[in-house]
Design a protein around this ligand. Structure first.
Ligand code: HEC
Length: 253
């Protein structure tokens, strides 16, 4: 009897599936992604179906116990148990998948969304694609004047920005610990070094409220400085950010 069961095609197929599932789940390192896992299992099942249906003898052997279970009067109780256990198993899995979880929702914040083409600053339209920092040209043409504007920018920074962005522009100001997302660390190459000056101008002028939806759901604490700082102040502080961190601003390649 036992020998008949363990050599039966239905049993062997079920065993193959079980062994492969356990192998892929626990023996393969590093873990394979769920999508690849599903793909392997589907390929395996298709292969087994091809094998079972390849000969009439295999087919008959495969279906025989299932037919017996469904039609034999003496297996009445077993039949009902199997029939009820199928929806029961599905119900248990569905129930568990609906349990609340304490994992953070998988939403990725876009840190550097595409900026708008133009912005309105205090009633004036600034086209971000063609605007330039009006003081940048002094860097080569008039270094003394350039240094003056960097100085003005330094003042703007230490009066308004260092609380969050830090004395050393490293994002570690006294308010930073309370904030999520953290204030940008301008020393890091992942922030202003990657951005054009007009982008920085837009972010300073419009702040967190000016970000498009893909940069939510966490509201950033970055204030909108339009109405507090003048256009010149923002160009000055932008000069200062690049000068103090020694990053050249990104330009249109
Ligand atoms: C209340 C805290 C706070 C203050 C004050 C503040 N910021 Fe921010 N700032 C943030 C936070 C938080 C972020 C990161 C989230 C984001 O991009 O909005 C940020 C981001 C930025 C960015 C975007 C950097 C990037 O890589 O996209 C720039 C530029 C910036 N701040 C400049 C300034 C300047 C200039 C000032 C002062 C005029 C200032 N910030 C004042 C909190 C602050």
């Amino acid at each position: 009897m036992i020998k008949k069961i363990i050599t039966h095609i239905l049993f062997i197929n079920a065993l193959i599936v079980l062994v492969v599932v356990l192998f892929l789940q626990y023996a393969v390192k590093p873990e394979i992604p769920q999508s690849v896992f599903s793909f392997y299992i589907i390929a395996l099942v298709v292969g087994l179906i091809l094998f079972v249906t390849s000969t009439t003898k295999n087919m008959q052997e495969f279906w025989a116990p299932i037919k017996t279970l469904l039609t034999n009067e003496r297996l009445f109780i077993l039949r009902w148990l199997v029939m009820l256990s199928i929806p029961a198993v599905i119900a248990v899995f569905a129930g568990f998948s609906l349990l609340p979880s304490n994992q953070a929702p998988l939403v990725l914040r876009v840190i550097h969304p595409a900026p708008p083409g133009e912005i309105n600053f205090g009633g004036k339209t600034i086209n971000l694609r063609i605007a330039v920092n009006p003081y940048r040209e002094y860097e080569t043409a008039d270094p003394e004047k350039f240094a003056e504007h960097v100085e003005l920018g330094r003042k703007v920074y230490y009066e308004n920005c260092h609380y969050c962005h830090g004395d050393f522009l490293d994002g570690k100001g006294p308010f930073a610990t309370a904030l999520d997302p953290k204030p940008a660390n301008f020393q890091d190459v992942g922030t202003i070094a990657q951005l054009q000056e007009t982008y920085v101008f837009w972010r300073v002028a419009k702040g967190g409220p000016g970000l498009p939806n893909e940069s939510m759901p966490w509201q950033t604490a970055m204030p909108a400085w339009e109405g507090i700082l003048s256009e010149n102040d923002i160009w000055d502080v932008t000069l200062f950010l690049y000068k103090a961190t020694n990053h050249p601003p990104r330009t249109w390649e």
